[in-house]
Design a protein around this ligand. Structure first.
Ligand SMILES: [Zn+2]
Length: 246
């Protein structure tokens, strides 16, 4: 089992990060550690360096919270050898509702798509309430990609999967009807699992989420599909290996 999206460099893990990683080793095959901002990206590179072969780096620029665009692009290029994926990057119309500002988001996202093509790295896409536009922007491009924390409509998920991209379902699968629908019908060879730790704890009691909770998601998705948790876990792991070239 593999968590394709966790923010292990967030403050929430400052007190016990090494213990958390040590305990994850016995339960998971690995974690793709994500960044949304420049400084977080630097910390992710340091952390991943200490845990080679178990933690992998995904460096990005969140469409709303991202900062230091040029520096981030440079950081990814300079450390291309240590970077497994580019993300999270993308569009967010949920937090940014002003259409005039969506153009600016698109211009920034386009820079990362071009970089992903140039470096041959997969994209981890943030697409909250902007799934269709994200899809339009990568469709037909020479990129591999995963839609992280997908909360869009099932029909769109199916279209994205048919186009060869991956859909990553978060621990939100426990309480979102839309995600349950997608989880029940998405082709198994396009499914990825993630926690978005420390966010989205599956009990929804505002406690810290941790990457091993992908095991709970696998169980839940198996139940929805009428298959075994092992089948879900195995498929998600094979997909992660293929997409991220692990
Ligand atoms: Zn994230």
């Amino acid at each position: 089992m593999f968590d394709i999206h966790a923010h292990l460099c967030f403050e929430a893990f400052d007190q016990d990060r090494e213990q958390v990683v040590a305990s994850l080793r016995s339960r998971l095959a690995g974690v793709l550690v994500s960044s949304a901002r420049y400084d977080e990206g630097r910390r992710v590179l340091d952390l991943v360096q200490k845990h080679r072969g178990f933690l992998y780096a995904s460096l990005g620029h969140h469409p709303v919270e991202g900062d230091r665009l040029e520096d981030t692009l440079e950081l990814i290029t300079a450390h291309a050898g240590q970077v497994t994926a580019i993300g999270e990057v993308g569009l967010d119309y949920h937090w940014e509702t002003d259409p005039a500002k969506h153009e600016d988001q698109k211009q920034r996202f386009a820079r990362f798509i071009a970089l992903a093509e140039r470096l041959q790295k997969p994209l981890v896409i943030h697409s909250w309430d902007a799934e269709q536009d994200c899809f339009e922007m990568i469709r037909g491009r020479q990129v591999r990609a995963a839609f992280h924390c997908f909360t869009g409509k099932r029909d769109l998920a199916m279209e994205i999967a048919t186009a060869g991209f991956y859909i990553s379902l978060s621990t939100n699968v426990f309480f979102s009807k839309a995600i349950k629908k997608t989880a029940a019908s998405l082709p198994l060879d396009r499914l990825l699992l993630e926690t978005d730790s420390p966010f989205l704890d599956p009990d929804r009691i505002r406690k810290r989420n941790t990457p091993d909770n992908v095991l709970l998601s696998a169980k839940k998705i198996a139940e929805l599909r009428g298959i075994t948790p092992d089948e879900v876990a195995k498929a998600a792991w094979e997909n992660a290996k293929r997409l991220f070239r692990l």
